[in-house]
Design a protein around this ligand. Structure first.
Ligand SMILES: [Zn+2]
Length: 467
């Protein structure tokens, strides 16, 4: 039997959850016994008996009950937390193929002896298969959006389309690619902007100030302004790079970006560990909209310091969570990044009162959304926002008892507790079962490629690291 549906019929109603909401100041709160209604891929109502401020329209009860009775699909989330899906603000998702293949070496050897020689071997098809594995890992761990920076970007877009994820995609280039580098990145960005029902937004993706010339950075800035595109780039990645830039050029990497005009753009900067106070007026004064992606797990593994989040935050510059690629970070687990953010920032500032669980959740939600320039559409469970959310089971012994939901989520629960992942109102995982990706099939497809992918006997490399 086919049911005729009235216009505005809810696609999905989730009842009974305790929901992570943001108050008018943007502060995180948890509200129990809440009904979430999703229509046409967006949250159409969020209603709770406990907080009049979050009511969609009218009193809960009549409206929520009506929504449940008219919905195409309902989920009873009693006993679960509903929170915005995680946003991975900087990754190279296909690099899951090199997970564990370049370990325990300094950064220059990691690039020059392992990663860049291995990347000579890649085909578009390899990237597609590896991205499918990455997409499975992200959906499993509650990631609903990822900002990707890599090669063979149309192959990645194909996986975004079929997996149901949301992504901010930028095709990487170096100046050694010549003019063709920026041209292909721009062509991708223009062709795929708004693709997959708007789930794909795009960026220009120069690799870094040490692999892209000042002239090419300036051309990137001009192209981005002309076409209103985001620019996603690695910058001031660690303190050594910042010092080296000062010695070599007499100024910081951020000043290099300023001279190229890039600080006038919408700009997503990866890492920023080497950000110093003199960079702040530059970041604020360019007239652009600038955010950072911070990936603390990899920083610990590399023995680096971490992003100066307190400094950036104090000037209203958003810092979101990231994992970088799995060849350095091992996982694409943004939940883990949230926990490490809290721990490493407390240690960096030597201040137990800083980076509370609520602050960490702010970075995981609204600040990550702002960092990838999607603050108006994702990062909150609120009417009008895209329906990207996860349901989390807190029944594991390490999550019990719950005295404070924020603390339990950041320091007790883990990504393996994610039960359901929803993007654009579509359920991509339910009861921990992936609905859009065949993981066993992907692993079987990747396995016979690994020997060829990690071969370095050809003695060539896509690039040379000297920063
Ligand atoms: Zn990176």
């Amino acid at each position: 039997m086919t049911l005729q549906t009235a216009p505005g019929q809810p696609d999905l109603v989730i009842t009974g959850a305790t929901v992570l909401l943001h108050d008018e100041n943007g502060d995180v709160q948890f509200v129990g016994d809440t009904t979430i209604t999703i229509t046409d891929g967006v949250f159409s109502a969020v209603e709770s008996v406990h907080d009049a401020a979050v009511r969609g329209a009218g009193a809960r009860g009549a409206d929520a009950s009506a929504a449940v009775s008219r919905a195409r699909q309902t989920i009873d989330a009693t006993g679960m937390i509903a929170m915005p899906g995680f946003i991975n603000c900087h990754t190279h998702s296909p690099m899951v193929m090199f997970r564990g293949a370049a370990e325990d070496v300094p950064e220059s050897r990691w690039f020059n002896e392992f990663i860049w020689p291995m990347e000579v071997n890649l085909t578009d098809d390899d990237v597609e298969v590896a991205t499918r594995l990455a997409a499975a890992e992200m959906i499993r761990s509650g990631v609903t959006t990822f900002a990707d920076h890599y090669f063979s970007m149309p192959a990645i877009a194909k996986v975004v389309d079929e997996s149901g994820l949301r992504a901010v995609l930028g095709s990487t280039y170096f100046s050694t690619d010549g003019q063709a580098g920026l041209e292909q990145s721009l062509a991708f960005a223009l062709e795929f902007a708004g693709a997959s029902d708007g789930r794909i937004t795009t960026a220009l993706a120069p690799h870094a100030p040490y692999t892209v010339t000042d002239a090419d950075l300036a051309a990137t800035s001009a192209a981005a302004l002309e076409h209103d595109l985001l620019v996603h780039i690695h910058a001031s990645e660690d303190r050594h790079q910042m010092k080296h830039s000062r010695e070599r050029f007499g100024h910081t990497p951020i000043e290099t970006l300023r001279r190229a005009g890039l600080l006038e753009n919408r700009l997503l900067l990866a890492h920023g560990i080497g950000i110093v106070p003199e960079d702040i007026p530059l970041l604020l004064g360019g007239g652009g909209s600038i955010g950072f992606g911070s990936a603390p797990r990899g920083y610990l593994k590399n023995g680096f310091d971490t992003t100066p989040v307190r400094l950036l935050d104090s000037f209203g510059i958003p810092v979101g969570l990231a994992t970088d690629g799995a060849a350095s970070n091992n996982t694409l687990d943004v939940w883990e990044a949230m926990t490490f953010l809290s721990l490493t920032q407390k240690a960096r500032e030597n201040d137990q009162t800083y980076m509370t669980s609520r602050q960490a959740l702010g970075h995981a939600t609204t600040k990550s959304a702002k960092a990838v320039q999607l603050g108006d559409s994702i990062g909150r469970i609120a009417p009008g926002y895209k329906a990207d959310l996860i349901l989390v089971d807190l029944s594991d012994p390490r999550s019990q008892p719950v005295h404070d939901y924020a603390n339990t989520v950041v320091h007790g629960a883990r990504s393996s507790d994610v039960d359901t992942t929803i993007v654009n109102g579509r359920v991509l995982m339910r009861g921990k079962k992936l609905l859009t990706i065949d993981v066993a099939g992907v692993i079987a497809e990747l396995a016979p490629r690994l020997e060829r992918l990690t071969d370095r006997s050809h003695g060539t490399s896509i690039q040379n690291y000297d920063a």
